[in-house]
Design a protein around this ligand. Sequence first.
Ligand code: HEM
Length: 495
Amino acid sequence: MLAILTALTVVLLFWFMWRRPRSKLPHIPGPSGVPIAGNVFEISSTFKLVQKLHEWMMEYGEIFKINLLGKEIVVVSGSLIGEMLVTKGSDFADRPRMPASIESLEGNEVHLALRNYDPKLRFIRKLVHKGLRQYGEGMDKIEAITMTEIAKCLDKIEQLGGADFDPFTYIHHAISQVMNTMVTGEAVPDGHPMLNKAIELDRLDGELSQDPTIVMPLMGKLSLLFGVGTFSKYASAMNFFIEHWRSYEATYDKENMRGLYDVVYKAYLESETDEEGIKISYKNVKFLMFELYSAGITTTHKAIYSFVHLMVTHPELQKRIQAQIDDVIGSQRNPTTADRHNLPLLEASIHELLRFISHVPFAFPHQTNKEISLGGFVLPKETQVWPFTSGNHHNPKYFKDPSSFNPDRFLENDGSLSSASSRRMLTPFGAGTRNCIGEVFARTRLFLFTASLLQRFTLLQPTEGKLNDIDPRSEDFLKKLPCVCPNYKIRAIPR
Ligand code: HEM
C-alpha cells in the first residue's frame, strides 16, 4: 500500500512539474518555490514578504523574479529603480489588473492609482495636479489650512497638562481636517462623524492589505451582497465620504471654487477635455476624490506618528532640532514653508524618517506596456514589476548602517542639506511617470506639523512604561500596509 502511495505521489509530482507553465522570464534569477504555489508560502504576510524580498535582493541582485501561484513578478532595486521609473518611465507606467474585490467595488472603470497609463489617466493626473496646486500645494493656501488645524491639535495636547497620552487620534484628526478643507474648502466641526470614520477607514485599509481573499474573484461580490466582512465595511465607509461630498454639489458655484471637489466636478459638468479629447465621468469624480482623500491621510499620518516616536527615543536629536527652530523662527511666530531651507536638520530628519520607516515598501506594482529591456533582460509586454524601494533604503551599499536612525547622513560637514543628486537612492514617493501625486503636499504638511510640534513642546517618555527604539523591520511594524509603529504613549511638555 505504502509503495503504491509513494509511486502515486511521485507520478503526481512529475505531472505537476510537467504541467507547470514555462517561465516567460527564464533568464532572470530568483527563488525556485514549489510547483503551482511558487513562493506563496514563503511570503504569507507583509512582514515575511518584505523580509524575503530583502534576502532575495541580497542573494540574486538588483533584478530577480518571484512566482505567486504561477504569476511571475519581477522585483527591481538599486539603480534599476531609476531606470525603470524615470528613464523608461512611460514603458513601465501601467498597473497590473487590480485585485478582484476592488473590481467589484469600482466596476471595470478604475480611476487613478490602479489605472493603466492611458490618455484618461494622463488627463486625470493633470486635473488633480491643477487642483492640488490651487488647494493643496499653493503655499499661501496650504499654510493657512494646515496651520489652523495644527494649532487646534497642539492646543488640545496642551490641555492634557503633560499627562501620558497616545498622539494617534490627535494627529489623525488634524491631518483629516487638512484633507477635509482641501477637498471641500472647510473643516468639519469638532466631534463630526467624518473624523472617526477616517480612522475606521484607515484601520479597514490596513486589514484589507492583510486579507488574502482580496485577490479572489467573487469574495468582494459576496461580501457586498451579504453585507458581511471587512470588504463590505470598507465599501460602506467609502460611501459615507462620497455622500458627504455630494452634499456640496447643491451649493456649487463655478465662479467660486472652494476646493478640489469643485475643480474635478467642474471638469465633469463642463465636459472639459484635454488635447486628446478625453472627458471624465461622474463616477470618476466620486472615486477620485475618495482615492486622494484616503491616500492623503493614511500615509502622512503614519509618517508623523512614527516621527513623534523617534523624537522621544532620540532626545539629543530632538534638542538639536529645537535649537535650530529657536534660532531661525523663535517662539513668537508660526513656522512657514519658507523656513524649510533654513532648517536643514529638520529637513534631513524628514528624509531619514521616510527612508527609515519606508512605509510603502515596494511602491505600487507597475506593469510593462511593451516589450522592454531592463538590467540586461528582456521583459515581455504585461510583465508585473515591483520597485523595491525599501530594499534600497535598507541596503548598506547605499545607506551606511541602515538600521540606525541617523539624519546626519543627509547633512554636509557644514550642516547644510546634502544635494538632491546624492539622495537619488531615496525614493519614498516613487519617481517619474507614476510618482506620488501628493508628494509636495505631503512634504509640506510633514514639515509644518513637525516644526510646530517641536517649537511648542518637548516630547518625553511616558511616566508609565518606556518607548524602545523603533525597529522598522520587525513583525509589529510590518503587519499592515502602509506600515506604522504599534500604538504608544508619550508626554508633551510645553517649552
Ligand atoms: C508621506 C506621505 C506619502 C508617501 C510616502 C506616499 C508614497 C507613495 C508611493 C510610493 C506611491 C507609488 C508610486 C509608484 O507607483 O511608483 C504613491 C502613489 C500615489 N500617491 Fe502617495 N504618498 C504619500 C502621500 C500622498 C498624498 C498626501 C496623496 C494625496 C493627496 C497621495 C496620493 C497618491 C496617489 C493618487 C498615487 C497614485 C499615483 C498614480 O498611480 O499615478 N499620496 N504614493
